[in-house]
Design a protein around this ligand. Structure first.
Ligand code: GLY
Length: 337
C-alpha cells in the first residue's frame, strides 16, 4: 500500500478496514457527504465514544460562526487532549476541522478523509487550515498538519462532475508549474480516466515535496498559489457561492497567464485555455470594477510592503515569482471585461 510521510502526517492512499483511537472521536462532515459515508466510517472506528457534527455543504460554511459552533459542540462532547477530530468531506470540511482541532485545547489530533478530488490532491495535504471572512478568503487560519490522511478514489464515484472538474483545476495547476508530461497527458480524458489513481498520487507527491521544504510558505510553497491570487478575489466577489474554488482558480490561472505573457512572454496561454475547456472549466471572468478588484489583491497573504506577489508560468513546467507595477496589473484587469 502506497504511503507518503510529510512532517508528522502519514498520508495513506486507501481507507483501512479499521481506525483505532485511544480517545473519543468527533467526525465532522457536511450535509451532502454525511448521508453517503458517515455510517460506513463510524462502523470502522474503534474508539471509546464517537460523535458526529454536520456542517451545511458549501464554501459559505467556512466562517467564524460555524467554527465556533463546532468548537462549542466539541466542548459539550467533552473531547479531551487524547480525542481526535476527523474531517470527512471536501476542502471546506478539511479547512474548518483543521482549524478547530488546532484551536481546541490548544491543539488536538485530526485526521483527514477527503471525499472530493480537490481535497484529495490539495486541501487535505499540507496543513493549511482556515476560514473565510468578508475581507477575504482564508485570512484567518493556522498551519496545522493532520496526523493521518486517508485518500481513497472510491469516494470519487459519487462526486458530481462539476466538482470533479473543479478538482482537476488544481491538478492542471501542478502540471503547468512542474510537470509538462502530465500537462500533455491531461489533454486526453480517456487517459485520465485510466490513470486517475496515479495522477492523484503524482499530485500529492509533488505537493508533499514542496511542503516538506517550505511548510510555512516562506518562498517555494507560494508556487502552489498559481491562479489563486486572482482566483480568491473572484470567489470573494461571488460571495463564495457563484464559483467553486477550482473554477475560480481556473479563471485565475488564465488571468495570471495574461500577466505572464505581458511580463515574460509566456506563450502557452491558449494551450492552457484549451485544456481547461476540455473539462468545462470557466476561462473568462468579467471584472465589474477594476479598481475594486485591484484593491482586494492587497489583502492576499503573499502581499508584502504593498507589493503583490504573483506566481507566473514562464513555460509549461516552469514558473517565476513577480511583483508587477500597479499599471502592469491594471492593464491586465482591463482585458477582462
Ligand atoms: N493550496 C495551496 C497550498 O496548500 O499551499
Amino acid at each position: 500500500m502506497k504511503t507518503i510521510d510529510l512532517h508528522n502526517s502519514h498520508i495513506h492512499f486507501s481507507l483501512p478496514s479499521s481506525i483505532e483511537c485511544e480517545g473519543s472521536v468527533l467526525i465532522v462532515s457536511d450535509s451532502v457527504v454525511s448521508p453517503l459515508y458517515l455510517q460506513n466510517l463510524t462502523s470502522i472506528i474503534k474508539a471509546p465514544s464517537i460523535f458526529s457534527y454536520i456542517l451545511p455543504s458549501g464554501e459559505e460554511s467556512k466562517n467564524a460562526q460555524e467554527l465556533f459552533s463546532l468548537l462549542e459542540y466539541a466542548l459539550t462532547c467533552k473531547l479531551d487532549r487524547k480525542s481526535v477530530m476527523i474531517a470527512l468531506g471536501g476542502g471546506v470540511v478539511s479547512d474548518i476541522v483543521g482549524l478547530a482541532s488546532g484551536l481546541y485545547m490548544r491543539g488536538i489530533e485530526f485526521y483527514s478523509i477527503p471525499t472530493t478530488l480537490l481535497a484529495q490532491v490539495d486541501a487535505s495535504v499540507g496543513g493549511k487550515t482556515g476560514i473565510n471572512s468578508p475581507q477575504g478568503k482564508n485570512l484567518i487560519g493556522l498551519f496545522y498538519q493532520p496526523s493521518k490522511v486517508f485518500i481513497s478514489p472510491s469516494f470519487l464515484s459519487t462526486l458530481p462532475q462539476r466538482e470533479f472538474h473543479a478538482g482537476l483545476a488544481e491538478v492542471i495547476k501542478m502540471a503547468i508549474c512542474f510537470d509538462p508530461s502530465l500537462f500533455s497527458s491531461l489533454f486526453s480524458p480517456q487517459w485520465l480516466e485510466k490513470n486517475l489513481e496515479e495522477v492523484i498520487y503524482t499530485s500529492v507527491s509533488l505537493k508533499a515535496r514542496i511542503v516538506e521544504q517550505d511548510e510555512r510558505e516562506n518562498s517555494l510553497r507560494a508556487s502552489l498559489n498559481y491562479g489563486h491570487t486572482f482566483g480568491h478575489i473572484i470567489e470573494q466577489e461571488g460571495e463564495y457561492k457563484t464559483y467553486l474554488h477550482g473554477e475560480a482558480v481556473s479563471m485565475g490561472m488564465v488571468m495570471a497567464n495574461a500577466l505572464a505573457h505581458s511580463l515574460n512572454g509566456f506563450s502557452s496561454s491558449q494551450e492552457v485555455i484549451d485544456l481547461l475547456s476540455i473539462y468545462s472549466l470557466p476561462t473568462h471572468y468579467a471584472i465589474n470594477n477594476e479598481e475594486r478588484f485591484f484593491q482586494a489583491l492587497f489583502l492576499d497573504k503573499k502581499t508584502q510592503n504593498h507589493k503583490i506577489k504573483f506566481i507566473l508560468p514562464k513555460t509549461i513546467g516552469s514558473y517565476e515569482f513577480a511583483y508587477p507595477e500597479h499599471e502592469e496589473i491594471m492593464a491586465i484587469l482591463r482585458e477582462f471585461k
